[in-house]
Design a protein around this ligand. Sequence first.
Ligand code: SME
Length: 150
Amino acid sequence: MFENLVPKVTHIISDGNLSVEDRLKYICELLKENVPHYDWVGFYFKNGDKRELRLGPFAGTPTDHTIIPFGKGICGQVAVSNQNFVVPDVSAQDNYIACSINVRSEIVIPLFKDGENIGQIDIDSESPDPFTEEDERFLEFINQEVAKIL
Ligand code: SME
């Protein structure tokens, strides 16, 4: 599954006719439509000099959580830890921001540009415990590709 998506991702990334915003949105849509356990896919980025994240392009139900302070929720924790965060069961997390009652699990992978954590890709799933190391490696690849056009 992920192998088939790799050339499609690189194709979108290298399409200079599209804005960066559109390229990121198409990647979100590609992932959401083609990976069965990806139900919401979005990018958050550091909001200027503020210690908060701002929602960027996404695919799925619009969320109220367009601004997330550093440290808050899974996303805010990744903004400060610089580490992948895989949550097999969101109900077991104290520091969690619910976007939809249907979400069972989540994965957040930091996005580095020149070694700096400038954002992340966030994926919500309605399946329990669906994420493996394959997801982590694939999403790290996505973020490396995205970093090239930021
Ligand atoms: N669940 C996230 C908030 C973002 S939504 O999933 C889109 C969190 O706890 O940080």
